[in-house]
Structures are given as C-alpha cells and as structure tokens.
Design a protein around this ligand. Structure first.
Ligand SMILES: N[C@@H](CCC(=O)N[C@@H](CS)C(=O)NCC(=O)O)C(=O)O
Length: 222
C-alpha cells in the first residue's frame, strides 16, 4: 500500500494528503515527528522533513511540490496543476506563495511556536512571535479575499493545487483557532467551499496529542 509519512499539523503534508485524495489514490498514513531524527526516516529523506511518499513499488518521493508534480504527471486523470500554460504558471506561483510566504509569515510562527516548540520540549510560546503571526495573517486573508472575489477558485476558473496549498496552510492555523474569520467573509466563503469537499474530511478529523481543535474547526457551517 502507498504510504505517506506525515505530521498532522504540517501544511506541506496536508497539501500532499489533499492531492492524493483529489486524485482518488489510496494511501495509508504513517505519523512521524520528523525532529526526532529517526535514522530509518533519514534514509528515506536525508533532509529529515515530512512529507515523504513511498509508492507501492518502493519508489520514495520527498518535498511536497516534487511529490505533487510527480502525482500530476504519473496520475494525470484529475489534473491539479492547470489546464494550459498560463493556468499552470499561475497555479505554481500561488502554490509557492502559500508554501513559502504564508508558511514563513504565519504558520511557522503560530504552529511552530504553539505546537512544535512544545512537542520538541523547547519551552513556552513567546507572545511576540505569536503576535507577529496574528498580524501577518490579515494580509494573507486579504489576498485570499482579493483572489476569490475575482476568480471562481484561487488560480482561475478551476479548482487547483493553489487551493490545496492555501487551504492546507489555513487549516493548520484554524486548528489553533487563530483565524479571524468574521473580518474576512470572502475568504471564509472560499474556505467553506473547500471544507465541504469530501476530500477534506480526513483533515478535519485530525487530532494532535494534548491539543484538541476548537469546536468550529470541523464544522462545515462555521
Ligand atoms: N519544502 C518542504 C518543507 C517541508 C517542511 O518544512 N516540513 C516540516 C514540517 S511542516 C518538517 O518536516 N520539519 C522537520 C523539523 O522540524 O525538524 C516541502 O514542501 O516538503
């Protein structure tokens, strides 16, 4: 069986999980805390990072975008990276925006400080770091609102990996109850549409030890 090594609140892992689900590919999840630097895991990915996907035939893939590009090429039935060169370029631009910028500006501050620091035993969250994440998220939700007001989905008319990358980041932050949804109704409408996709269900059932999500997290009408 295809296996995905993952950490539940890793947005890059959630991105690959969603891509696999959208492509209706079967897989099992292998939870891992990558910072434990398990030697067996380092053999799979010397970078020591999740996600890592191991195909049925033993092929090992690492790095979320490399995995998603591979999935779109190897299983082209339900394309996620666009239908023409312009849509593909726009999808990739936005995927990079959320994977890198949103992650560095928001998720890394909030999930990193509130969850991963604790799991690593590195002490208590610093309020200045959390404030920075909460400040930055407003710019990103403005941008999601701007895009979703002009387009059906973030990269254009069709649902794409851009929506997956964005919702993977946002879902991790929403798990902490840190999204000011009331101030961003357009972003909320877009996220509600993603949340109601059957492919999103398993993410909404995730639980991190010692940290239950807020009630609205799994609620489709939030
Ligand atoms: N560029 C990588 C980033 C992956 C990444 O940052 N993974 C984090 C979890 S979100 C990780 O495994 N960190 C290892 C650690 O904290 O030691 C990708 O897209 O796959």
């Amino acid at each position: 069986m295809r296996r995905l090594y993952h950490f539940a609140l890793s947005p890059h892992c959630r991105k690959v999980r969603l891509a696999l689900k959208e492509k209706a590919l079967d897989f099992e999840l292998a939870p891992i805390e990558p910072w434990a630097a398990d030697p067996d895991f380092l053999v799979l990915n010397p970078a020591g990072e999740v996600p890592v996907l191991v195909e049925d035939d033993g092929t090992v893939l690492a790095e979320s975008q490399a995995i998603c590009e591979y999935l779109d090429e190897a299983y082209p039935d339900r394309p996620l990276i666009g239908f023409d060169p312009v849509h593909r370029a726009e999808t990739r631009r936005l995927v990079a925006w959320f994977d890198l910028r949103f992650h560095a500006d928001v998720t890394n501050y909030l999930v990193g400080e509130k969850v991963i620091k604790r799991l690593k035993g590195e002490g208590y969250p610093e309020s200045a770091v959390i404030r920075a994440g909460q400040h930055n998220i407003r710019y990103h939700l403005d941008y999601v609102s701007f895009l979703s007001e002009r387009r059906n989905w973030l990269a254009g008319e069709e649902f794409s990996l851009a929506d997956i990358a964005a919702s993977a980041q946002i879902a991790c932050v929403d798990y902490l109850g840190a999204i000011p949804w009331d101030d961003f109704p357009l972003a909320r409408d877009w996220y509600a549409r993603i949340k109601s996709r059957p492919t999103f269900r398993s993410l909404l059932a995730d639980q991190v030890r010692g940290l239950p999500p807020p009630k609205h997290y799994a609620d489709l009408d939030f």
